[in-house]
Design a protein around this ligand. Structure first.
Ligand code: F6R
Length: 586
């Protein structure tokens, strides 16, 4: 989604703002812009393209002033054009704003502003914020009063930051993240800690219904009703180095490789809240899991494991559908929300619904300072460090590892392997990549790929298909192998490629029968298994392991396959088209 960054301090703002936008570019990136203040004049430069391209063509870095705002846009309202890029200004050009989220009532606000003589330049919903603030200020309101009043008018979800030509910066948050960074020589306001972590590890996380004002007097935070709020300064633990590519060509490859550590970290988590988390799950009358995308796929695996090993039968509901599943929860229920970012709008809405039903909220999340972690009754961190590649890789396997650990505690059984065996198995899968690149070469122009598995392998099949869709832009579908005969078999012919997830566990012989059926229709089969079969046209060999570990061992080659196929098709796996890392709009 869009990224926001602002700086007010003693240093020249623009070079830092550009650097911050580059760091956060993974969140959404069709256009970029900056506004800085010099001699009480607001200068705006913006355009379509990547931060580096726009910086080169417009000289963003060279803009003067020690106060400024910056933005990368992921279009929602209005096409990808220079004019629709942020920042947006009011008619008098004495205010500039950047916004992340959606203003639901913008057309009604816009109509009334136009009637009052305002002239709009863009097609965005965001521009109303600049004009409304202008309206309030020109009624002789001070900035604080203007902020109180604008928050009464705006409906929807937003984090926005405004700069005023007197050098004041003000930012408000409602259902979109906004964080204040406090450094020795100034303040930052950002939608992501990565926006300022290079300069400071001290942060204040705004909660919903709060706004901040930064001026010569320092910072002040208020509730939307204008009452002052005393906020805690949080020390952010993540190291900057974790967000660098290091020796790897892409973040995605770096993050896939980090799994030899991140899986172990999550599985052997020493989180003191683990027992309490499991007690709450075990004591609940009903347990519902939720998540979006890969995090939902992890929830599907949790559902099977909790039921099979701990006798806890639960439901997994995809977050975007949660609002339609009525009467799911009550005060004796528990919602387990799973998320890498902890900022996914659909998921946060599911949490809101669950809270209204008085259910307890437990979460499994990577970002300990996220909205999800902060609104949960109890959260467990997967602690895999920042994930920059848009496709979830290390966060998915860390979620699985923590789910294994929870299953062990819930069931009272030791289910997974010891640390050194697991390290060896994961390293083995990660190191055997040469033949995966060869398979990528063979499938790079295939238009339809099916991934089939049974039991625990079915959610992995969906996850593998999601990686191929995101990174390779190919139609890929994960299906339960047993459903083949109920329809999808009709799709099989010599132009079809099918990936079969088939290690030698309880699903092995049934899935092998499906392989025979598929081969009989002329399709090409890639087998992912510890056992070879003469029916496979290509074999992705994974090591023999305890059954429960196969989802981790088979998803890693699927991640690598998607990564290498993306490279063969010359697309950048870190920045898939049309996608953003944290989906903070519904
Ligand atoms: C898939 C992917 C997305 C996310 C989904 C949820 O590779 O990256 O489908 O899994 O947007 O995001 P989080 O886990 O941050 O809630």
């Amino acid at each position: 989604m869009c990224s926001i960054i602002a700086y007010a301090g003693q240093r020249v703002a623009a070079p830092m703002l550009v650097q911050s936008l580059k760091r956060m570019e993974y969140r959404g990136y069709d256009s970029v812009g900056l506004a800085t203040i010099s001699n009480k004049h607001i200068l705006v430069k913006k355009g379509v393209g990547k931060v580096e391209e726009v910086n080169k063509s417009l000289g963003l870095e060279k803009m003067n002033g020690s106060v400024g705002i910056g933005h990368t846009r992921w279009a929602t309202h209005g096409g990808v054009t220079d004019t629709n890029a942020h920042p947006h200004q009011n008619c008098k050009n004495d205010i500039a704003i950047v916004h992340n989220g959606i203003i639901d009532n913008y057309s009604e606000l816009k109509k009334s502003l136009i009637t009052r003589g305002h002239k709009f330049r863009s097609e965005t919903d965001s521009e109303v914020i600049a004009h409304l603030l202008g309206d309030f200020l020109h009624k002789k309101y001070d900035i604080k009063k203007a902020m109180i009043n604008i928050t009464k008018k705006l409906k929807g979800t937003y984090a926005f930051v405004a700069v005023f030509d007197d050098g004041t910066v003000a930012g408000a948050r409602f259902d979109e993240p906004l964080i204040v960074g406090i450094s020795k020589d100034g303040y930052f306001v950002s939608s992501d800690v990565l926006g300022f972590i290079e300069h400071t590890d001290k942060a204040i996380f705004l909660d919903n219904d709060e706004f901040v004002i930064l001026n010569d007097n320092g910072h002040a935070i208020f509730n939307f009703d204008g009452s002052k709020v005393k906020k805690q300064v949080t020390q952010i633990a993540w190291e900057l180095a974790d967000a660098e590519k290091g020796r790897f060509a892409h973040y995605t490859l770096k993050e896939i490789n980090e799994q030899k550590h991140t899986i172990i970290n999550a599985l052997f988590s020493k989180d003191s809240k683990l027992d309490e988390f499991c007690d709450v799950v075990a004591g609940a009358k009903r347990v519902v899991l939720t998540g979006s995308g890969s995090s939902y796929n992890a929830a599907l695996i949790a559902k099977q494991l909790f039921s099979k090993y701990a006798g806890i039968h639960c439901e997994a509901v995809i977050s975007s559908e949660f609002q339609y599943a009525s009467g799911l929860l009550d005060k004796n229920s528990v919602l387990i929300a799973i998320s890498q970012s902890g900022e996914t709008a659909d998921l946060l809405q599911a949490v809101k619904i669950a809270k209204a039903s008085e259910a307890r909220i437990l979460s499994i999340v990577n970002t300990p300072t996220s909205s999800l972690a902060r609104t949960s009754d109890l959260f467990l961190g997967i602690n895999c460090g920042p994930e920059i590649g848009v496709a979830a890789t290390k966060s998915f396997t860390a979620q699985l590892a923590l789910i294994y650990r929870i299953t062990e505690i819930l069931s009272g059984q030791k289910l997974s392997l010891n640390r050194s065996d697991l390290e060896r198995l994961v390293s083995k899968v990660l190191n055997d990549t040469k033949y995966i690149a060869n398979i990528a070469e063979k499938i790079k122009y295939i238009g339809n790929i099916y991934i089939l598995g049974r039991g625990l392998h079915f959610p992995v099949a969906i996850e593998g298909a999601l990686k191929l869709k995101e990174l390779v832009y190919v139609h890929a579908e994960g299906l339960p192998a047993g459903e083949l005969k109920h329809g999808p078999l009709a799709l099989m012919d010599e132009n079809t490629t099918v990936i079969m997830l088939n290690p030698d566990d309880e699903t092995y012989s049934d899935t092998l029968s499906n392989v025979h059926e598929i081969k009989a229709r002329g399709a090409s089969v890639i087998g992912v298994s510890n056992v070879n079969s003469n029916k496979y046209d290509n074999w992705i060999k994974i090591p023999k392991a305890k059954d429960i570990l196969y989802p981790i061992l088979e998803v890693i080659p699927l991640q690598l396959l998607a990564y290498h196929t993306a490279l063969k098709r010359e697309s950048n796996p870190d920045y898939p088209r049309h996608l953003a890392k944290s989906v903070t709009v519904k």
